[in-house]
Design a protein around this ligand. Sequence first.
Ligand SMILES: Cc1ncc(COP(=O)(O)O)c(C=O)c1O
Length: 451
Amino acid sequence: MTTTEFDKEYAELAKRSGELFQRASEIIPGGAGSSARTRKFGWKPYPLFIKDGLGSRITDVDGNEYIDYLLGLGPMILGHRNPVVTEAVVNAIRDYGTCFGLPYELEIEAAQKVVDAVPSIEMVRFTNSGSEAVGSAVRIARAVTGRRLIVRFEGHYHGWQDTVYWSNHVDPKEAGPADHPRPVRSGPGVPQELEDTLLVLTWNDPESFVKLMKERGEEIAAVITEPAVFNTGCILPEPGYLELLRSETKKYGSLLIFDEVITGFRFARGGAQEWFNVMPDMTTMAKGIGGGFPVAAIGGTKEVMSIIAEGRYSHSGTYNANVIQCAAVSATMDLLAEPGLYERQRALGFRLADGITTMAEDAGFPSRIDGIGTVFQLWFTEHPIHNWRDAEKYSNEELFTQWYQEMLKRGVLFHPSHLENLFVSLVHTDADIDRTLEAAQDALTAMARRG
Ligand SMILES: Cc1ncc(COP(=O)(O)O)c(C=O)c1O
């Protein structure tokens, strides 16, 4: 199907969304509250406008219901309008208030549950968004070590703060050689001078990492990484790679920051650090921690967090640890503790991923799926994807776009970009997976017919 054909069908399918998009575009830049929801990020010809969500389903303003694998870009791990979390938040704001500018007991309860759940975290502070959490973690690392340099990896995303808004999905022509990438700003307005504070590397490449640490390890404040990369499709660490990041940072006195904004609570309650059994010094978390409510957190060892505890570093924020956040976190942590929950949902996700892989193969599409059950991506390539450069080079974007379009028409929603992924929530059911597999069979058959 050509883009124009799809646009015509979409105009029918999403007529009311189109009208709302026109209206929104007059007063909201790009017609949506985040650039991630606009044409630029793949929502073509315009984003769907949503009426409501319930559990694993989401319904648009034209009345189309979708099985939702977008999950609000990650946070809705307990599904939409989870009754337990919603009730906890509603009760808390009705019974206590929203924000006091002073601490309160529910904050301790929420913090304790996060400390209990995530293995490396001994102390935690709540904040409002992943970008805020990462911004603070990077500055804390510099303050703790007295060093300036931050190591980050191409294709990872750590939010929109100047210090880290670099080298996510940039023009490969500007990115330099793979063994010595050049930091590239992810957008205008980021001071070019900050380039000198960053060292950018190709992920899953042990040699370049060891070499850099040998040359500059003693100047490096922190190495920040997504422990599994979910901001370039879905890329898992090669065996031993996270362990290498851990041992080398320890050797040179640099801190290791796991940005678990996506990985946190997603395929294991203790996050990627529990799953891969590698412990960072600091962890940032957001999507998932509050079951869909807006809350993020920075956690760390007592040694690192003592800089805040002793007042040598001021981590402030009017809305930090407000009542909505702490009620949401506390209820979410309880729900995530259900025995067998992650095992069951990972198995569902693997069943879906395996089914799609077989169908794609039978339909004659070179493809592979990478993931950990509750999050995965279908790559239209047979070539292994180890990092962003591989994804740029080998992933067939055109086929992925067709796949997205055919699935959307069949009532299955996920992100239109091949560099994003599918999230399976902790409330998706066997019936959801069966229906999705039926849609996938139809979609891939339609794609194969087109040739
Ligand atoms: C790994 C990672 N870190 C940080 C962020 C920024 O989080 P937020 O959008 O809440 O600012 C994101 C957002 O997608 C993310 O995926």
